[in-house]
Each structure stands twice: as structure tokens, then as C-alpha cells.
Design a protein around this ligand. Structure first.
Ligand SMILES: Nc1nc2c(ncn2[C@@H]2O[C@H](COP(=O)(O)OP(=O)(O)OP(=O)(O)O)[C@@H](O)[C@H]2O)c(=O)[nH]1
Ligand SMILES: [Mg+2]
Length: 442
């Protein structure tokens, strides 16, 4: 996610960390590069301007340059400013006082509404809710079939029809069905618009009035950059949006939409779509997201994802060990094995502390099944003592492990390095020092 932006920001920080002191000139030079990196990522120019001005103001105003750890403090400020730009805190999905809660999804053609409707319904069911999907897009046979088939795969009921029927009539049927079946949430997928003309606006407004939704969410394609921001403004004029769902963040979106949309429109991002599969929808946490952009990983989302696949007990023990910074190579291996089950690596890599920083060396494209097999073979060729305390692994042990696992000593080094990075971040997180203790600054 946002690889180019992440790399550039980390490059700026690394440079700042080169000397012991940071002068005002260094700061300005760094901020100039931050500014360029953000603009290149297609962040809205006003947002960039404000971002850089805030960071500078706080850095100069709080005398960080005179402190002993100027560069760590600057990164801390950048991190906080990024969290602020992304909306500050987590904004949860609302629930109506009286069931069912209606969620209306709107957006441009192809932005991901239908896919997201299904993802959202699955998310809600995992929360113990009883969702009903309604496809108010009768114009195309394929649209109804798509929703029907997604509902069937996930065993979630669907009301969708095609033909001469009006969207309003489908919504009516949907709401009746929800009442009959005691659904707690109704997720309504609507027609995609290429451009929003007056007729479209009227239709949307009439549907809005009819379903009286608790949530009206715009589904916007993050790959379209500033167009997503414009869409949010336009749709918000038609119907009052309560939240945004940014899709296709797993693709090569540069980050512009995600970093601008909240600041420009004032509407909170509630979810992000990270893939085509039904479980590739994450609740949006500005702090975790900023952490990923800055290359610090996202342990909390990772733990939440892991929880979906493992027992509560396992999750608690994992969380505990991670929090304490007590990590062994066996734990690392276990994590990798869990990751294998959790989904495509590209989706997870940014979340694992330590991995994102060294993914260049690792060559992410080659990070596939083989990577796991290698790591597994290497760790299994170590003695128990070596797994707990890899610091004792010297040259001759390295050669033995490489021979035992059928790999090269360079592969053994890589696994150990990865482990050490991960351990450092775990310790930093557990000590509460957060971004100030980023390993790539040491
Ligand atoms: N990679 C990726 N693809 C996505 C994501 N969300 C949706 N897609 C894909 O985007 C394409 C369009 O998705 P749809 O859900 O059909 O979009 P829509 O807004 O319903 O489209 P219309 O009904 O035609 O307006 C599909 O191929 C989806 O698989 C995502 O988060 N990541
Ligand atoms: Mg659709």
C-alpha cells in the first residue's frame, strides 16, 4: 500500500537521522521533500500545504531542534499530523435505535459498491448481526446476478430483481423482507453513476427519503485519486453522506485519495477495501493507517485478522507476547504460518513490523510460498537455544543451519535480520515509545 510514498517518507527521515543535530535548514529541506512526496502521491495541494505548515509550526514552536532527539520528535509530529489529516479517531458504524439499521451505498460506476455491499454484510454477520442485502440496481441482469451470487456464497439473504421494476419498489420489498425475517441490518446497493445529473440526484434523494438510512456511505475507488474526492463532494450535495468507504487500496493507488478525502470533505472514512474477496474490508483506524504509511506496521489490524482464524485463547496469548516484546523465532514462524492462512501476502506485508522496511531486500514479488518454506526450513534447522537467542548464531552455526535447511547463509542472515527488526518494533511498541523508536532510524 502506498509503497512509493512510504519509501520516500522513510528516505526523508533516514536522511534527517544522519547527523546528531537538526538545523532549521535541515528541517526545511526535509519538509520540502515531504511536500514533494505528498504531491507526487496525488494528495490535494491544500491538504499538503496545511500538513507541511502544521509540522513546521509544531517542530519550531516546541523547540524540538534543540532537544536531544530532534529527528525522532519530528517523525512523531509527522505521524500525529498524518493521523489528524486522516480524521483523528476511529468512527464506528452507527446502529439505529430500532432495527433494522439501513445502510445506503452510493457511488460512481465500477467503484466497488456491489462487492462492498457483500463485504459489509459479511462484516456485520461476523459481529453477530443479521444482515439482508438489497440490490436496487434493476437496469442490468448482471448486477442482480452478481449480488445474488455473492449472497449465496456467503449465505446471506438477498433481495434483488431485474427488469421493469423501479429501484424504489425493490427497496420497498427489501424493507418488508427485513421486517419479516427480523434482519438487523439492511445493506442497499444502488445504481452506479457515470456522472451525477439532475435526474440521478432526484432519484437518489427519493430513495434516501424512502429508506431513511442511518448510514449513507459513498463507495469511492482510491485508484482514481482526486476524482474520488470530487465524487465525495458531489454525492454529499445530493444526499448527506455519513461515511466513506475507499476501495482498491490493495492496488497501486498512490495515497492521494485516502490522505485528502477526509480533510477536504470533513466526512469520515469508515472502511477500506483491500481486495476482491469478501473478507477484504477493514474498519478504518486513522492511527493504524498512518502507522502503515510511515512503515511502522499495523500490529493491531494484524491481530484482529488473526483472531478471525484462531481461537480466543491463542489470540490472547499472541497479543500478550507481542505486547511484552517477548518474541522468539518460533513465534515469528508461527506468525508466518498464520499469515499464510490469512490471505494474500501483499495485503499483509505492510502490517508486519519489520517486514515493510526490508521488503526491498526481500524482493516482495518473490515473497510467496517459497519464502515461507525457506523460513520454516531455516528455523527448523536451528537448535532450541538458537531459536530463543539468535544472537549466539555465529559464522559456523550459520553454515550448519544453511546446510541443514538446504539454503544459503545469506538466507539464514535474512531470517535473523527480519526477526531482529520485528523484535525491536515489538519492544518499542510495548515500551510505549511508538514511532520514536523506529528501527530504521538506528
Ligand atoms: N482489488 C480490488 N478490487 C475491488 C475492490 N473492490 C471492488 N473491486 C473490484 O472492482 C470491480 C467493480 O466492483 P463492483 O462491486 O462490481 O462495482 P460497482 O460499483 O458495483 O459497479 P457498478 O454496479 O457497475 O456501478 C470488480 O471487479 C471488483 O472485484 C477492492 O477493494 N480491491
Ligand atoms: Mg454494482
Amino acid at each position: 500500500m502506498f509503497d512509493s510514498l512510504s519509501d520516500k517518507l522513510q528516505g526523508v527521515f533516514k536522511k534527517l537521522g544522519g547527523g546528531g543535530t537538526v538545523t532549521e535548514k535541515d528541517l526545511d529541506e526535509a519538509l520540502r521533500e515531504v511536500r514533494l512526496a505528498l504531491l507526487e502521491a496525488d494528495v490535494h495541494y491544500k491538504v499538503v500545504k496545511e500538513f507541511v505548515a502544521h509540522v513546521r509550526e509544531r517542530a519550531v514552536g516546541t523547540d524540538v531542534l534543540k532537544s536531544l532527539t530532534p529527528m525522532q520528535q519530528i517523525i512523531d509530529i509527522v505521524n500525529q499530523e498524518m493521523v489528524r489529516t486522516l480524521g483523528g479517531g476511529f468512527v464506528k458504524l452507527e446502529k439505529a435505535a430500532k432495527s433494522p439499521t439501513v445502510i445506503m451505498l452510493v457511488g460512481h460506476k465500477g467503484s466497488g459498491k456491489t462487492t462492498t455491499a457483500a463485504k459489509l454484510a459479511l462484516f456485520l454477520r461476523r459481529q453477530g448481526e443479521q444482515p439482508l442485502l438489497v440490490g436496487a440496481d434493476p437496469g442490468r441482469v448482471a448486477a442482480a446476478e452478481q449480488l445474488q451470487s455473492l449472497g449465496k456464497q456467503l449465505s446471506i439473504p438477498v433481495v434483488a430483481e431485474v427488469g421493469q421494476i423501479k429501484p424504489a419498489d425493490i427497496v420497498k420489498k427489501g424493507l418488508e423482507e427485513a421486517k419479516k425475517t427480523n434482519a438487523t441490518y439492511v445493506v442497499v446497493d444502488t445504481v452506479g453513476h457515470v456522472q451525477l445529473d439532475d435526474d440521478d440526484v432526484k432519484t437518489l434523494q427519493a430513495l434516501h427519503k424512502q429508506m431513511a438510512p442511518t448510514e449513507v456511505m459513498l463507495v469511492a475507488d482510491a485508484m482514481t485519486g482526486q476524482e474520488a474526492v470530487t465524487a465525495a463532494e458531489q454525492f454529499n450535495e445530493a444526499v448527506p453522506l455519513t461515511g466513506l468507504i475507499l476501495t482498491k487500496l490493495d492496488g497501486d493507488a498512490r495515497g492521494g485519495a485516502a490522505l485528502s478525502i477526509r480533510a477536504v470533505t470533513g466526512i469520515p472514512i469508515k472502511f477500506v477495501g483491500m481486495g476482491e474477496k469478501a473478507d477484504a474490508l477493514d474498519p478504518f483506524h486513522p492511527d493504524r493507517f498512518a502507522s502503515r504509511i510511515l512503515g511502522m506496521g499495523d500490529v493491531l489490524t494484524l491481530i484482529e485478522k488473526a483472531k478471525e482464524d484462531i481461537t480466543e485463547e491463542e489470540a490472547a496469548s499472541l497479543t500478550n507476547r507481542m505486547k511484552k516484546g517477548e518474541l522468539t523465532l518460533d513465534d515469528l514462524l508461527e506468525q508466518y504460518q498464520r499469515m499464510k492462512k490469512m490471505g494474500p501476502l501483499s495485503q499483509l506485508i505492510g502490517m508486519v513490523p519489520g517486514l515493510s522496511q526490508i521488503k526491498k531486500q526481500l524482493n516482495v514479488d518473490e515473497l510467496n510460498e517459497d519464502f515461507f518454506k525457506y523460513t520454516e526450513a531455516i528455523v527448523h534447522s536451528m537448535t532450541l537455544e538458537e531459536r530463543r537467542n539468535p544472537d549466539i548464531i555465529d559464522g559456523s552455526r550459520r553454515r550448519r543451519i544453511a546446510a541443514g535447511s538446504g539454503t544459503q547463509t545469506a538466507d539464514v542472515n535474512r531470517v535473523i535480520k527480519q526477526f531482529k527488526e520485528a523484535r525491536k518494533i515489538m519492544q518499542a511498541i510495548s515500551s510505549g515509545r511508538g514511532p520514536k523508536a523506529l528501527p530504521f532510524l538506528r
